[in-house]
Design a binder for this molecule. Structure first.
Ligand code: SF4
Length: 359
């Protein structure tokens, strides 16, 4: 029997499993407490569970499915973790650490960017993750384990274990999260629930290239995540050149789904917009983007294009970037330009790639 991943199980599933092992149902809550409240690193630590029960758990479950075989550290405090999964596949998880932002630990704010697939089938033209195609979906436990592995590393570094050390989660690493919908929701449920990590949904952002049916589904989920859309073009003509998904779900289909999401949730969404020289950085595109942002009640996050090996696109000159954001602000659009962290280790948006060399 193939082992399951313990961090991919909901409390209900754990209850079913412990009863099948001949244990009372309350043992499931004890296991969940060890996994998420006490953050045990091994079965042996679960000392209030009978030894034979722990042995059964070990026979049936993998404790941790992500092994950080390499951690690239950037001078700007970004870390890129090359995670090896049980079948040898590699994904990358990134932590963005802002030590200058005060928080209650005095350690600074930490955002973790999670991957949801090995590779990606969507082939956005600015993105390294899609270059080698799609391999497989991550299981829910593999998504949760990325987070726990990074949290443990940060605790080791800071020496502080008094609270969970991660402040924000963005699901925008390798893969299209909404193409792995069920495992994504299961993982985020475990991360968010009271019996799990109790991580607030408002601090979790799910980013998508624009899968319309799944955006509609997400709007009806119980947990209220934040939503970010990779827009990158304000007309179908431009967006088609950047994101092949636009041919399937063009803007006239995408916008109503986003609008419905933000109306149902009653909160602002984010439009990600990679600025690419001579492609989407003109003043007329800025004007169009301002109209779209007002219509969708959206914040705009501008990201000067990062260099990706094998791609020729580059960021506009700083003066053009300044003019672009200046126009948005003058049109009363909530907009920021992302100060990229992680560029020196290829960990910024669109640069994650499982072609990363080990060693
Ligand atoms: S941006 Fe996202 S959806 Fe597009 S290719 Fe990269 S990982 Fe896939």
């Amino acid at each position: 029997m193939e082992k399951k991943l313990i961090h991919g199980e909901t409390l209900g599933e754990l209850e079913g499993a412990v009863v099948a092992m001949g244990q009372p149902k309350f043992r499931a809550k004890q296991v969940a407490d060890w996994l998420y409240k006490k953050r045990a690193c091994s079965w042996a630590e679960m000392t209030n569970l009978p030894v034979e029960f722990r042995e059964k758990l070990e026979d049936e479950y993998v404790f941790c499915s992500t092994v950080p075989i390499k951690i690239h550290k950037s001078q700007d405090t970004t870390r890129k973790y090359l995670m090896q999964l049980g079948d040898g596949s590699l994904v990358e998880t990134v932590s963005l650490w802002a030590p200058d932002v005060e928080d209650e630990t005095g350690f600074g704010r930490v955002t973790v960017c999670l991957s949801t697939q090995v590779g990606c089938a969507y082939g956005c033209n600015f993105c390294a993750s899609g270059l080698s195609g799609f391999k497989r979906n991550l299981e829910a436990g593999e998504i949760v384990d990325q987070l726990l592995t990074v949290a443990t590393d940060i605790e080791k570094e800071s020496g502080k274990t008094d609270r969970f050390p991660i402040d924000n989660i963005v699901v925008m690493g390798m893969g299209e999260p909404l193409a792995n919908y069920q495992n994504l929701i299961q993982a985020l449920t475990i991360i968010n629930s009271d019996w799990g990590l109790r991580f607030g949904a408002r601090r979790i952002t799910v980013s998508t290239s624009g899968l319309v049916p799944e955006i509609e589904k997400l709007a009806d989920e119980k947990i209220q995540f934040r939503l970010a859309i990779s827009l990158h073009g304000t007309t179908n003509e431009v967006r088609n050149q950047i994101m092949p998904i636009n041919r399937k779900y063009p803007l006239e289909k995408l916008f109503p789904a986003i609008k419905q999401y933000s109306e149902k949730r009653g909160r602002m969404i984010t439009l990600e917009y990679i600025l690419i020289r001579d492609l989407n950085d003109s003043l007329s595109q800025a004007q169009q983007l301002a109209k779209i942002a007002h219509y969708l009640h959206a914040h705009v996050n501008l990201i000067p294009c990062n260099k990706v090996e094998s791609l020729s696109w580059i960021a506009p000159m700083p003066a053009v970037q300044k003019q672009f954001i200046g126009f948005l602000k003058s049109a009363n659009v909530s907009a920021t330009i992302r100060l990229e962290k992680g560029d020196p280790i290829a960990a910024a948006c669109g640069q994650l790639s499982f072609k990363t060399k080990v060693g």
